[in-house]
Design a protein around this ligand. Sequence first.
Ligand SMILES: NC(=O)c1ccc[n+]([C@@H]2O[C@H](COP(=O)([O-])OP(=O)(O)OC[C@H]3O[C@@H](n4cnc5c(N)ncnc54)[C@H](OP(=O)(O)O)[C@@H]3O)[C@@H](O)[C@H]2O)c1
Length: 296
Amino acid sequence: MTAHLPTLNLIGAGRVGQTLARLWTQGGVFAVQDVLTTSMASAQGACDFIGAGTPAPSLGSMRSADVWLIATTDAQIATAAAALAAHAARMTTPSPVRQAAAAAPATAQETPSTPIAFHCSGALPASVLAPLTALGWQVASAHPILSFANAEAACAQFAGTPCALEGDATARAQLQAAFTAIGAQCFEVRSQDKLLYHAAAVFATNFLPVLQSVAEDAWRATGVPEALLPHLRASLLNNAVANITRLGPQGALTGPAARGDTAAIARQAAAVSAWDEKSGAAYVALSDLALRLAGH
Ligand SMILES: NC(=O)c1ccc[n+]([C@@H]2O[C@H](COP(=O)([O-])OP(=O)(O)OC[C@H]3O[C@@H](n4cnc5c(N)ncnc54)[C@H](OP(=O)(O)O)[C@@H]3O)[C@@H](O)[C@H]2O)c1
């Protein structure tokens, strides 16, 4: 029975859009309505995976909805929001839920009468949806901190995922309820902090492969046998993860910075710079942070 659920339209339904829409369909949170991607074939595939929804041939064909998820890639979000605003300005028929909401006395729990639009980018703020704000819509961003490798796996892994909400209060309140209903742990991020918040995730995960790559290149340059690199990679990373998880970053720190051995750091920085200038600069910057972490 989805007749009285708030309706959800999707513009973009890849890994994140399909995952959320399927979980919300299964959880009875939203009634997925129209789904727009770059082709009818991929939109049909998304609807098949979600288990609900109708592929939309164009933005102009999409019906009004209570909630709109713009789950395109980041680069397309602003353009999609502007196009949606132009379309919304032309749309006149309110959804059944909004008609009912308008006729019934308001309560804190019910679907708001103005549409909500949100995106899931970690780096972009809700204000990228400004053309919709200009129409009186409520806008927000909701960033689940999960690597959505594919929708099938992400559905299985989603429960417990921390989710950063930012934007208009009414939108945040409804999204908090919707995300919590499928197992997310929501928290709020201020709009002005979004870039720093997302950069933190880059530090936490995206830089690990970069550091590993520098290390392996330096080992190669010093004659460490290629066949030993996979073993070094697995053992050092696994031990680091286990130690950081158990002891926290400060307790897990080892090496010259942990000992406060600034002379050794300076000698190694010079050696790294002589081998590769950019890696040398990174070594100096990271050593400074390591000394600070160690309290030296
Ligand atoms: N992947 C992650 O781990 C992750 C984690 C947290 C947040 N996010 C955020 O979630 C959002 C979506 O990322 P994703 O990984 O799900 O991307 P994705 O898998 O690449 O999917 C993008 C979707 O947008 C569609 N699309 C692209 N341009 C479009 C347009 N102009 N109009 C309509 N649809 C369009 C694509 O259509 P086709 O299907 O036809 O190609 C596809 O369905 C991004 O804001 C991203 O930053 C991603």
